[in-house]
Design a protein around this ligand. Structure first.
Ligand SMILES: [Zn+2]
Length: 77
């Protein structure tokens, strides 16, 4: 497997950053391929697929939390 630039790809670990409207997510130590020439990091399609599913899941739940209306019933303990 080679990079678009023609450089060789080395197996390694990298982190994946996602920035969405309601949250930011950084996943560390993901197996990745790094280009020795241009430093571009490539992830396996399968890995990206899994991360994307995770992001969609978190996005749905955080949106629900972020957009929820404050309850007018405050409980005093
Ligand atoms: Zn490259």
């Amino acid at each position: 497997m080679d990079c678009d630039c023609g450089g060789a790809l080395l197996d390694g670990k990298s982190s994946y950053r996602v920035s969405k409207k309601y949250f930011s997510l950084i996943i560390d130590n993901i197996p990745a391929h790094k280009c020795t020439r241009c430093d571009k990091v490539l992830f396996d399609e399968d890995t990206v697929d899994k991360i994307q599913k995770l992001v969609n899941l978190i996005e749905r739940d955080t949106k629900e939390i972020a957009t929820r209306t404050m309850s007018s019933n405050l409980y005093d303990y």
